[in-house]
Design a protein around this ligand. Structure first.
Ligand SMILES: NC(=O)c1ccc[n+]([C@@H]2O[C@H](COP(=O)([O-])OP(=O)(O)OC[C@H]3O[C@@H](n4cnc5c(N)ncnc54)[C@H](OP(=O)(O)O)[C@@H]3O)[C@@H](O)[C@H]2O)c1
Length: 270
């Protein structure tokens, strides 16, 4: 490992949206580094595969400590399910040191006026209300223990809006504002708050955006090398493994050939 990951040994990390993409890669990396990991998402079968991969990564790393992996099937947009979450976590993993609020998605590229109510509501319910509910639940314990780290997945879309992304951009701007307020509220504690703001990452994200149309999704990344889920997992683990007095407030990370949501270089003339 390229950073001081020993600070992650025996930490307990809860990651939402860990059945695929960035969340899955993050779960596997923390397991490898000797953390205990609780993975949360809606798809039970996919969670099972990630759990097995994380257990194998921990075994193969040879790191002593940690390596307990628990999977919890949960929809973060369902407040009742979040209210019961702690009961579903094994008792020895309930003191969560690091919360990675990663579950999120975008659906569609429709412009304002043509966006379905259900897309608007479901994006806000997961990306914003789910993230807030998870934070509300776990920050109480963190405050009581005066320790912890909340890492939220923002986006380049939370820094700069673009055409065809109004709702997703609004959700990620909301995440940025919420994260900023949270960090300010917790300034007199030892709790750290980080927002990771990726540009293009090739995961299931664009397939979900284009409602399963893989060729439309592939076009998003044509002609440049996008970030991988593993690249973002490294940023998350890096933020979490800094010394306790160091808080990486924001990590804005782009592929080298992307400069903004709409400016990228894909070969040919600039
Ligand atoms: N990929 C990018 O280009 C990019 C760029 C910037 C930011 N991000 C952000 O990074 C995060 C992860 O995205 P990704 O690229 O890894 O996408 P992904 O491959 O589509 O993974 C999304 C994950 O979120 C889970 N999820 C979605 N809705 C959920 C819900 N209601 N409750 C629980 N889990 C839910 C999905 O699992 P289930 O379907 O099993 O629930 C899946 O595990 C998102 O917040 C996204 O906005 C992505």
């Amino acid at each position: 490992m390229v950073f001081n990951a020993s600070r992650l040994i025996n930490k307990t990390v809860l990651i939402t949206g860990a059945s695929a993409g960035i969340g899955a890669a993050t779960a596997i990396l923390f397991a490898k580094a000797g953390s205990n990991v609780i993975i949360v998402a809606r798809r039970a079968e996919a969670l099972k595969s990630v759990k097995e991969a994380a257990e194998a990564a921990h075994r193969e790393s040879g790191v002593q400590g940690g390596g307990k992996i628990a999977a919890v099937q949960l929809d973060v947009s369902d407040k009742a399910q979040i209210a019961n979450l702690l009961d579903k976590i094994p008792a020895d993993l309930r003191n969560i040191d690091i919360l990675v609020n990663n579950a999120g998605f975008v659906r569609g590229v429709e412009r304002v006026g043509s966006i379905s109510e259900s897309d608007i509501e479901s994006m806000f319910a997961t990306n914003v209300f789910g993230l807030i509910s998870m934070t509300q639940l776990l920050v109480k314990d963190m405050k009581a223990r005066n320790s912890g780290h909340i890492i939220n997945l923002g986006s380049v879309a939370g820094r700069e809006p673009y055409v065809g992304g109004s709702i997703y951009c609004a959700t990620k701007h909301a995440v940025r504002a919420f994260t900023g307020s949270l960090m300010r509220e917790l300034v007199d504690t030892k709790i750290r708050v980080t927002e990771i703001q990726p540009g293009m990452v090739e995961t299931e994200f664009s397939v979900v955006r284009f409602r399963g149309d893989k060729s439309a999704a592939d076009k998003v990344y044509e002609g440049l090398t996008p970030l991988s889920a593993e690249d973002i997992a490294e940023e998350i683990a890096w933020a979490a493994s800094r010394p306790p007095h160091v808080n990486l407030a924001e990590v804005f990370v782009l592929p080298t050939n992307q400069a903004s949501p709409t400016i990228s270089y894909r070969g040919g003339k600039m």
